[in-house]
Design a protein around this ligand. Sequence first.
Ligand code: ADE
Length: 217
Amino acid sequence: MKKFQVITLFPEMLEGVLNSSMMWKAQKEGLVSFELINLREFGVGPRQQVDDTPYGGGDGMLLRPEPLFAAVKKAKQNDPTAKVVLMTPRGERWKQSVAREWSQVDHGYIFICGRYEGYDERIVTLVDKQVSIGDYVLTGGEIPAMAIIDSVVRLIPGVLGGEASAEIESFSDGETLEFPQYTKPAEFEDLRVPDVLLSGNHAEIAKWRQENSLKSD
Ligand code: ADE
């Protein structure tokens, strides 16, 4: 069973996502397990401080190294072979082919979610991979971690089951986006389903789908 651990100051942000829909089903069927590690529990001093001002000056607060190191140590005790992943807009851009690789390896992952204006750079000495979900800056790594976990877990054999085939849908070849699909009714407020899809002609339907799949950039 693949274990996904997430180090975060806001575990409640992930709880709903990881305990719903396919992520819930994947847990229930024993295919994955999720563990949320609250960084606050590893805070320094009586106020359990997790952040401080940057050396050299500047706005905002940075996550201190001690809580991050202690939280990673705890996560490694839970799962010694797990790889440590840091969510950062400076990381390598996430993509479907990497999601597929991660769904096939037999070790777990520990995600570190940055918050506030950043983190003490010394954390990168513990990190196996830095990942970005795109060239924009979010307020923290929680949403990126959820996106990555979702994209990996749905590819684990048995998670999608008969409900959809990960093989034939979007991005399965790494660059083709899924074709448009329609369901009943065939006509809705003057909007008609393309005739070819109602024709029963499988060769024509396959051709139409091929032509209407977009290439990603
Ligand atoms: N943290 C803030 N923005 C991010 C992004 N785009 N990708 C990953 N982590 C982030």
